[in-house]
Design a protein around this ligand. Sequence first.
Ligand code: CP
Length: 304
Amino acid sequence: MSKNLINFTDLRKKDIFDLIELANNFKSEDSLDYRSENLFPDKKIVSIFCEPSTRTKLSFEIAAHNLGAKFIDFDLSNSSIKKGETLEDTINAVEMMGVDLCILRHTDSVIHDYVKDFSNMQFINAGEGSISHPSQTLIDLMTIHESKERFEDLKITIVGDLDHSRVVNSFMEAIQIVGFKSLTFCGHPDLCKNFIETPIGNFEPELDTALQDADVVMALRIQNERLSEKLTIGATDYIERYQINVDSLQVADPEMILLHPGPVNFGIELSKEVGELDNCKISNQIFNGVGMRMAVLTKLFSQA
Ligand code: CP
């Protein structure tokens, strides 16, 4: 494993399974929480989020606390960025202050340059525009692994706004490493232009067909904040054609698991009722976020 987590080229298949095992090992005896282990009392972590976040930011913060590391949440809105300082100069200052690891979420792909320019500090990509979100995918793989024995046997269906989803890109990278049986993409053509002719898997415009016998279903929200044009489909039609609900899931495998990276717009991409099904693993994804991020921090600090 590389000293940074930027995308899945930093990870081999063994690294992914090691991270899943390590994350599970951090669970408390009753598996309802994570153990605190004072493994990194000398490490300083800064989180810089240039886009909003709840799950990613908080779970990294809790993970850092559980590992005994110092976590500094950079308050961008009250920083000298507001006085015109560049993010690059900000990161330079952060490195000069002796920070060991920077967790960065940004609209653009700036993290790749920062990894090269600030080599005394480690980096975690906490969301790169609509391009990648590797730690979310590690959580998704961990969650799938809890319910399913072999990735190679899985029929996976991903439904929603694929063009603007960083999660789907990282998932596509990762699933080619761990294996899969079939990968089906589904969604409105306005939101799936890059997936009609996909390099892996297949595109299926009809939800019923896409969900047929699926073992894993991942739903994605419409990323309104990234849309440059008004959709040609209204909300009612969208719900009618693409909402995953108890009825549409009837054709999936009875042991199917439902994932969503969050935040979920219940009533749009998912009905309220499916959130309460045993097959729905969204709460597990959120819980696993802490363990997987403890595992990622532990592995990266061991590479430093
Ligand atoms: N899944 C995810 O990245 O959620 P947040 O935007 O809340 O961090």
